[in-house]
Design a protein around this ligand. Structure first.
Ligand SMILES: CC(C)(COP(=O)(O)OP(=O)(O)OC[C@H]1O[C@@H](n2cnc3c(N)ncnc32)[C@H](O)[C@@H]1OP(=O)(O)O)[C@@H](O)C(=O)NCCC(=O)NCCS
Length: 247
């Protein structure tokens, strides 16, 4: 049986591990770049370290890159995984998902419990459709996008690469949302949203434009600086969560 490792060891990665349990998949470890996380045990599963720590497993495991929700971080983990010659996992779909066989789901995407995907939907690669998202006919979702729990996406909506749809947001039919955009939690989107734009509220208003991809890492930063920034960002979003749990 194929064995898996999951990028990240925070809350979402643990949920992905649970999804794997439901599918009867064997997860042998989490991956985390932070040296201090290597060797820790999370939900009875070891944190194996970085890809360089598991080179001898290259042909034995599939790597689940969608263990983190931040699209930019997810994309970096995908690129790193492919560059290192590891095999990314195929799409994983929870058994309690309602999904038409006429939909297309890209490699490495994850469709979580309770989601409903109706007809002729195209989901790109490494997309996360989190729990109880409702996706209607003819929707197209680009690579690396993350759809947070309970989002409602009406028919003929297009969502660009790397876009983050916040928890409980609703998007009306025929809307186009650009790439690397962010839709705030609870928004009702009734107008198109350009690339790299935050739209939030009811009805959603444009709040700001991101010069780079939202949360995009500084390419000049050292690995330590990047990791520190990821931790800061995650703490701002989830101040109640244990630092050690976050990717
Ligand atoms: C949108 C979000 C990511 C914040 O993005 P950000 O780039 O850090 O944006 P900021 O916090 O700088 O906010 C910019 C403006 O948008 C407003 N805003 C942010 N999120 C908002 C929301 N959900 N609804 C309404 N307004 C919102 C802020 O109040 C601020 O307004 P102001 O300029 O008038 O003061 C965050 O607020 C959010 O909604 N996250 C969703 C989290 C989620 O889905 N979690 C699920 C995890 S599984």
């Amino acid at each position: 049986m194929k064995r898996f490792v999951i990028w990240g060891c925070g809350g979402h990665a643990r949920e992905v591990n649970w999804l794997c349990e439901q599918l009867g998949c064997v997860v042998i470890g989490f991956l985390d770049e932070r040296p201090e996380m290597k060797g820790q045990i999370v939900n009875d599963i070891p944190v194996l370290g970085d890809l360089s720590d598991i080179e001898d497993l290259r042909e034995d495991v599939d790597v689940i890159c969608a263990g983190v929700g931040d699209p930019a971080l997810k994309k970096r983990f995908v690129e790193k995984t492919l560059e290192a010659g590891f095999h990314p996992a195929k799409a994983l779909i929870h058994p309690f998902v309602k999904i038409s066989t006429r939909n297309r789901i890209g490699e490495g995407s994850i469709i979580c419990e309770g989601s409903v995907l109706t007809d002729n939907i195209e989901i790109g690669k490494y997309v996360i459709v989190n729990r109880s998202a409702n996706i209607s006919h003819d929707v197209v979702i680009g690579d690396y996008a993350t759809i947070a729990p309970g989002a409602n996406i009406a028919g003929n909506v297009t969502i660009g690469e790397g876009t983050y749809i916040g928890i409980g947001a609703s998007i009306r039919e025929n809307i186009s949302i650009g790439s690397w955009a962010v839709i705030g939690g609870g928004a009702f989107v009734k107008d198109d949203v350009p690339d790299r734009t935050l739209a939030a509220g009811v009805p959603a208003q444009i709040k700001k434009h991101y010069e780079e991809n939202p949360k995009k890492e500084d390419p000049e930063a050292s690995i330590e600086e990047r990791i520190e920034k990821e931790i800061e960002d995650n703490l701002e979003e989830n101040p109640e969560e244990n630092l050690a749990e976050k990717e």
